[in-house]
Ligand binder design. Structure first.
Ligand SMILES: [Zn+2]
Length: 393
């Protein structure tokens, strides 16, 4: 059985510096300055049960469009340009109308404020570029004096925080941030280049197990009950599921310390990662009946080295020199419906000198490429060994 589809092979490709820099960035974030789009702690919404959410599912789409636009029009705090930029993203809210509380979003758009602060905000040497406070319903952009100083992906990141009606806001920063980051990447059509991208794969692994819908609900109403109830339906108790989410929060806290070069934090983070992977593995096995080591998509998320090894063991390419990989992740919230991971392998490339500065890598020598292979990994070929015969989907 052919395991992978090879779409095209081209000779003598040229890869520019930008591509290389992107790949290096993905592999070793610690070399580079990173930042956090941080949210400010909010008050608990007490006695607010899931059942009481007034979802917009019953609203006619035209009514939703009109109500959100009207709310934005009547907002007294925003400039014309700020409103314009939010308006160009209203379709994202509308696209999720069945999951959000229309009254809440309407009120949010009516009163949302944007502030600019020229200072560079550091916390433990990590730069915070922007924050959204749901208490004040206010976005603050740092190191900027007006809208034109703000990166678009940061703008939409903070805007999409405002659609997260809060419940467990204080406790689950990992989910709040990673779900929002994945959402923003897919809807705003760009890489949300923040620190959360470095470890949001745990969330993607969970989406492979319980599907994306609970996470879409979470994006619109941040209660972990959506996630813990799904997980505990598969394996263990709700407490087990809550513990997993707590470990993810701990991982996020630790990761920031690893950026600062704290060696103890690095080894602690590695250990914690292992524990998280093991716990996620229990849910995976309970659901699918085999280990997630046999699933190329899961491997891609939690062990890239092993993933590439297994990918390459299927082909005997000329491997003299460095092999370059680019990838298009699976879209969960918006984009492709095909649930396909696309890996683009090119090589070999010759690099003679790489200068690593404080914030950038400069590659001085020419790159030489002999081949390019595009792997499309989906339901038909993601499972390794003979697991396909164990369980048929
Ligand atoms: Zn954020």
């Amino acid at each position: 059985m052919k395991k992978y589809s090879i779409k095209k092979v081209e000779k003598n490709l040229n890869i520019g510096l930008a591509t290389l820099a992107v790949i290096m960035f993905c592999i070793d974030s610690a070399v580079f300055g990173s930042f956090i789009n941080k949210t400010v702690k909010a008050e608990e919404v007490d006695a607010d049960t899931l059942k009481s959410i007034e979802y917009s599912i019953n609203y006619d789409i035209n009514e939703v469009v009109i109500r959100l636009n009207n709310a934005l029009d009547k907002n007294e705090y925003l400039t014309y340009d700020e409103k314009d930029l939010i308006r160009s993203n209203l379709w994202v809210f509308i696209d999720n109308k069945d999951y959000m509380d229309l009254n809440y979003i309407e009120k949010t758009l009516l009163t949302i404020k944007i502030k600019y602060n020229k200072k560079i905000k550091y916390k433990d040497k990590v730069i915070t570029k922007a924050e959204y406070s749901d208490k004040r319903n206010e976005i603050i952009f740092y190191n900027s004096s007006n809208l034109y100083d703000v990166d678009y992906s940061i703008f939409t990141h903070e805007l999409f925080h405002s659609m997260q009606k809060k419940k467990d806001f204080d406790k689950n920063m990992y989910l709040i941030e990673t779900v929002n980051t994945i959402f923003n990447e897919e809807y705003a059509f760009g890489k949300d280049d923040n620190v959360y991208c470095k470890y949001y794969y745990f969330t993607k692994m969970l989406m492979e197990i319980i599907g994306e819908e609970p996470f879409r609900r979470y994006q619109c109403y941040a209660s972990i009950d959506f996630i813990t109830s799904e997980l505990s339906n598969i394996y263990g108790t709700e407490d087990d599921a809550r513990l997993l989410l707590e470990l993810l929060d701990k991982y996020q806290e630790l990761y920031v310390k690893t950026i600062n070069g704290n060696e103890r934090a690095v080894s602690k983070a590695l250990k914690l990662k292992e524990e998280i992977i093991n716990r996620i593995g229990l849910y995976y096995e309970a659901k699918y009946g085999f280990s997630m080591e046999n699933d190329l998509i899961m491997l891609y998320y939690y062990d890239k080295n092993e993933f590439y090894k297994k990918l390459n063991s299927r082909f005997s390419n000329n491997k003299d020199g460095i092999i370059l990989y680019e990838y298009n992740d699976i879209d969960y919230f918006h984009g492709s419906d095909s649930h396909t991971l696309i890996i683009n392998e090119r090589g070999p490339i010759n690099l003679k000198k790489i200068y690593i500065g404080k914030t950038e890598i400069k590659e001085k020598e020419e790159t030489i490429n002999d081949y390019e292979i595009i792997y499309q990994i989906d339901e038909s070929n993601r499972y390794l060994n003979n697991v396909m015969s164990l369980k048929k989907h």
